[in-house]
Design a protein around this ligand. Structure first.
Ligand code: G3H
Ligand code: ZN
Length: 280
């Protein structure tokens, strides 16, 4: 069933757990994530990034409607979330396309500009019934950029600044920089657990982890135990998909290798959802 992603995050928070949010690019991603969640018997979020919309030439509705149809048919609650939105125009297209929530990403801007842009996005989102996530302290590795130096200023979220940012912007959830980086193809990242503990104590909205593909299972479980309530995963699915296609590539019919790709992504999704509910 289709469910608001904000409700799924809130439900996970009440239970002291987290909901996995997977980035979708193709219909195979959508089907695989739903299958993985059904196998795990847990809710899941399908999230579409602004980059993935650009990949479709700016078209939002075809993939959004396909995802909504798969969510409605699913045996577990499935949220539909728009991820890493920078364009105010795309933000405004979210509601009609069936999204119940968005992540507005102005984390690349200096603090005051990030706050201003995020506050106006949050005002618009709430007036239109959307749950909104924002980011403070940029998680590196976006758009093919090299991962940020995790010790550079701004590459870590400051707890007091985060508390003020949430209060002044009115956002419903906050993505924090605690040592993960986007687009890692190896699961070798380590989180700053002391910082996460301070953030969880200081910030009174659910915390979101980005770049979670780079974390081993034990770090994922520890992140949830430490207060992360939404776990964003993209690259791990793409690694599974591309590996399966390479191994099963056929001269013409795409169905054998797309089947292999979907199977591999579903296994990855089920395993990572499982890792989130394990005790560290
Ligand atoms: O918003 C998307 C996520 O942060 C995914 O990051 O591709 O490194 O897992 P990832
Ligand atoms: Zn992200």
């Amino acid at each position: 069933t289709l469910a608001p992603a904000g409700d799924l995050v809130a439900g996970a928070a009440v239970a002291g757990g987290a909901v996995a949010a997977f980035n979708i690019i193709t219909l195979e991603h959508v089907e695989a994530v739903v299958e993985g969640a059904e196998r795990a018997g847990l809710p899941v979020i399908l999230q579409l990034s602004e980059n993935a919309v650009k990949f479709r030439g700016g078209a939002l509705l075809p993939i959004a409607r396909a995802a909504a149809a798969c969510a409605e048919a699913a045996g577990v609650p499935v949220g539909l979330h728009l991820d890493h939105v920078k364009s105010p125009d795309l933000l405004r297209r979210a509601v009609d396309a069936g999204f119940g929530s968005v992540m507005y990403d102005a984390a690349h801007l200096p603090y005051a500009e990030n706050l201003e842009a995020t506050r106006s996005a949050a005002d618009w989102a709430h007036a239109n019934g959307l749950w909104i996530e924002a980011e403070l302290g940029e998680v590196g590795g976006k758009d093919g950029a090299a991962p940020l130096d995790p010790h550079a200023p701004g590459a870590r979220t400051d707890p007091d600044e985060a508390r003020r940012f949430v209060a002044d912007s009115g956002v419903d959830a906050l993505a924090v920089a605690i040592g993960s980086s986007h687009a890692m193809t190896s699961r070798t990242a380590a989180l700053d657990h002391a910082l996460l503990a301070r953030l969880a104590k200081t910030v009174d909205v659910p915390l979101v982890l980005h770049g979670s593909s780079g974390l081993p299972d034990a770090e994922l479980a520890a992140a949830v135990a430490g207060g992360i309530r939404k776990v964003n995963i993209g690259t791990a699915l793409n690694v599974a998909m591309t590996g399966a296609i390479r191994a099963h590539l056929t001269p013409a019919d795409p169905r054998p290798y797309l089947t292999a790709a979907r199977t591999a992504m579903a296994a990855t999704a089920a395993a990572m959802i499982g890792a989130l509910s394990r005790r560290p």
